[in-house]
Design a protein around this ligand. Structure first.
Ligand SMILES: Cc1cc2nc3c(=O)[nH]c(=O)nc-3n(C[C@H](O)[C@H](O)[C@H](O)COP(=O)(O)O)c2cc1C
Length: 203
């Protein structure tokens, strides 16, 4: 007996899947959570993976959706337009939990969801979207990065959302009592009512 309190989800696939989405939802609201800043992968023009950290803004288990905010001039936009193939990675050291998600990515520039996301964004976050050159553009000197602080739209014209529709979740939980690894896949990726099927894997 180690006296270690074992989580209820440990030997239960349904509870493990619920824990995945609980952690993602917590990540969207708590900046102290490791799930707040996942690594998002896209494919570049050569079909090679490109990774970057992004702030997770929303997680909706019902729609299997994660939402991120970005600048529509950034390199990842053209990459997503070319290929929707995406992957997301998170590792939370305190809990020993790693999530690896496969997702179909899309960019939304207009519409209710984009307006709501912009309306909810803080004025501090909006400053990024007022940078005059495209993110990733070369500059002579770091001080040459300019912002249009008088932009009538406060930068809304450069703002967009990146949606990740998750179709595979791989869970890894490192624990003294024994590691756990599971994969969850959809029975029909395209169906609105698609159901997750989980299987245990050798960690
Ligand atoms: C902690 C952290 C949070 C970040 N959040 C975002 C974000 O929410 N959206 C974003 O576009 N870039 C974010 N970035 C910057 C990206 O990692 C990346 O450098 C930038 O988006 C350019 O990527 P791209 O050239 O592949 O488009 C963040 C970086 C860090 C370190």
């Amino acid at each position: 007996m180690t006296g270690e309190q074992l989580p209820a989800f440990r030997d239960d696939l349904e509870l493990t899947l619920a824990e995945c989405w609980r952690l993602l939802q917590e990540g969207a609201t708590s900046r102290h959570s490791a799930f707040h800043v996942p690594t998002v992968a896209t494919l570049d023009e050569h079909g090679l993976p490109e990774l970057r950290t992004m702030v997770l803004r929303a997680a909706e288990p019902e729609r299997r959706l994660l939402r991120f905010h970005t600048d529509r001039r950034s390199a990842k936009i053209a990459q997503v337009a070319r290929s929707p193939a995406g992957a997301i990675h998170i590792y939370d050291k305190p809990s020993g939990i790693q999530l690896r998600l496969a997702a179909s990515l899309s960019i939304e520039m207009d519409g209710d969801e984009v307006e709501a996301a912009w309306d909810a964004s803080r004025s501090f976050s909006r400053i990024c979207y007022r940078v005059t050159k495209a993110p990733g553009a070369e500059v002579e000197h770091p001080d040459a990065v300019a912002f249009d602080h008088d932009a009538a739209d406060e930068g809304r014209g450069q703002f967009c959302i990146l949606l990740a529709r998750v179709h595979r979740i791989e869970w890894l939980h490192l624990a003294h009592a024994g590691h756990r690894r599971a994969v969850f896949e959809l029975n029909d990726e395209d169906a609105a009512e698609a159901e997750w099927t989980g299987r245990w894997l050798v960690p």
